[in-house]
Design a protein around this ligand. Structure first.
Ligand SMILES: [Zn+2]
Length: 306
């Protein structure tokens, strides 16, 4: 979807948010005007099972610091997995922690339009579709394939570091699950942290990544903001630029994401790049860069949990 290049001063107390019709993958952006239908990439619209209902614009406070509500976990007997010599990602603080990985969408969603099209609460007084197919590159590499691959790489690295990894979907999950179920899994797992993985479907000229963080005031907002900064910094260091077309310096507080609104544990959702941009797409399609992405997320989670 088209979004305007909205730049906000770092000291802004409020952010005007409006949500455009979208695939629901999280690519909806703060915009200042209705989105012309002609700006929606045809193939993205074609793979979307149904439009996401629009929400009324609302004023959203930016994240503010407040006492941490991070659940603490008992130390486990897992050996420390910090690598010697500086090679590989930072892993301090990961051993024994429960980390939920939420790969956006599902590779089989396109075969289950009815199931994923039902309406579920968005955690902010509205409703959204249960799940969507997500976007894809112009040559057909799907967001669902990307998120699954990065998630598998991330899970392997985290397990090697002694973390207890919970996935919101498995290889045999037929569709979805719904965004409400994804949030429930994070909450009932008593996760120390939940990391969602997506890629965006913006306009072809827009580049870079953004990290969506909870925009609603609440007990997880401050810690999620700290997590968002850790993810932003690590992923930028891996070589992807913060988005040119959405968010501010790679961060994007949101009030329309059920997965964030319904979470009771710190959570962010990485939009790892714009699949509709040729440069970003080349990076997202690269197995080597997806490995770097997973390693960056390990470093970010270590930074957050240490
Ligand atoms: Zn998505």
């Amino acid at each position: 979807m088209r979004v305007r290049d909205v730049r906000l001063p770092a000291v802004a107390l409020t952010v005007v948010m409006a949500v455009a019709a979208t695939s629901g993958c999280g690519g909806a952006a703060p915009v200042a005007a209705p989105v012309p239908a002609s700006s929606v990439p045809v193939s993205e619209a074609a793979v979307s099972p149904s439009p996401t209902p629009e929400l009324s614009p609302s004023l959203v406070p930016t994240p503010t610091r407040s006492p941490s509500a991070t659940p603490s976990k008992k130390a486990s007997a897992s050996p420390a997995a910090t690598r010697a010599g500086g090679a590989g990602p930072r892993t301090a603080g990961l051993a024994g922690k429960t980390i939920v990985i939420d790969p956006g969408h599902n590779r089989n969603n396109f075969q289950h339009a009815a199931e994923i099209g039902k309406q579920v609460p968005d955690g902010n007084g509205g409703q959204k579709t249960c799940d969507t197919t997500g976007t894809s590159t112009n040559d057909g590499y799907t967001e669902a394939a990307y998120t699954w691959d990065v998630a598998q790489r991330l899970a392997g690295l985290l397990r090697a570091a002694g973390a207890n990894v919970v996935m919101t979907l498995g290889a045999d999950t037929p569709w979805g699950p719904c965004i409400t179920e994804r949030a429930r899994i994070g909450n009932t797992s008593k996760a120390a942290v939940v990391i969602g993985i997506h890629a965006d479907g913006g306009t072809a000229g827009g580049t870079g990544f953004h990290v969506m963080e909870p925009g609603l005031p609440g007990p997880i907002q401050a810690e999620s903001h700290r997590l968002a900064i850790a993810v932003r910094d690590a992923y930028r260091a891996a070589g992807m630029r913060p988005a040119s077309y959405i968010g501010t310096d790679g961060l994007n507080p949101r009030v329309d994401m059920a997965g964030l609104n319904l979470s009771t544990v710190p959570k962010v959702m990485l939009e790892g790049g714009n699949m509709r941009n040729a440069s970003d797409a080349a990076m997202l399609k690269s197995p080597e860069f997806r490995q770097k992405t997973a390693e960056a997320l390990v470093t970010a989670l270590s930074t957050f949990l240490s």
